[in-house]
Design a protein around this ligand. Structure first.
Ligand SMILES: CC(C)(COP(=O)(O)OP(=O)(O)OC[C@H]1O[C@@H](n2cnc3c(N)ncnc32)[C@H](O)[C@@H]1OP(=O)(O)O)[C@@H](O)C(=O)NCCC(=O)NCCS
Length: 159
């Protein structure tokens, strides 16, 4: 459900990321995930540690979408298909532009781009706002929590 978004009035574009935008996109991801680092007191989260070479390699094999507001990069998401399931990863929205529906719009756009009947993602068990956002989009918790990361994670799926 996307009832609280104001996307019809927001001059927001969601488009495929271009290779020329990779440096800005990685910087945006790191800025976005600082919120999670502060929340969990863990500054070595994988999205913060990702180097440019690894990011560029991901770009070659996954679908990357960016959100642009009046031409400025404000959001990013990536994903790919594995065994028929759409895997949604590293949703990032610029801190100054949160609460406007950009995260929801990016997630829905990536689901459409991947074109799978089932999508899956994981998020921090302690990030209530992330969980609420994904639940509002139709995701539900499933399976066992992922315990082998520094921050406990839960899996969510949308059928
Ligand atoms: C998680 C994250 C991507 C959400 O991005 P966002 O653009 O703020 O997401 P949305 O705006 O779609 O939704 C956030 C909230 O704003 C609300 N909202 C959306 N449009 C709105 C509007 N026009 N007016 C008021 N509220 C609105 C949503 O309902 C949601 O509310 P809730 O917190 O009560 O559930 C962002 O906080 C972020 O980058 N966090 C750090 C990285 C991270 O944790 N990523 C997720 C990894 S799994």
């Amino acid at each position: 459900m996307q009832s609280r978004t104001d996307l019809e009035t927001l001059p927001l574009e969601i488009v495929t990321l271009e290779s020329a935008d990779l440096p800005d996109a990685l910087a945006l991801q790191k800025m976005a995930f600082m919120t999670e680092a502060i929340r969990h007191d863990d500054y070595q989260l994988a999205p913060l540690e990702e180097c440019f070479a690894a990011f560029a390699q991901e770009f070659r094999v996954k679908t990357f979408l960016q959100a642009k507001l009046e031409g400025a990069l404000v959001g990013l998401i990536r994903g790919h298909v594995a065994d028929g399931t759409g895997l949604i990863e590293r949703l990032s929205v610029h801190p100054a532009h949160r609460g406007r529906g950009i995260g929801a719009a990016l997630t829905l756009a990536l689901e459409t781009a991947l074109g799978c009947a089932r999508c899956e993602l994981f998020t921090a068990a302690g990030s209530a706002n992330n969980i609420r956002l994904y639940e509002s989009l139709g995701y539900r918790r499933f399976g066992q929590p992922i315990q082998d990361s520094s921050v406990p994670l839960i899996r969510m799926e949308k059928l």
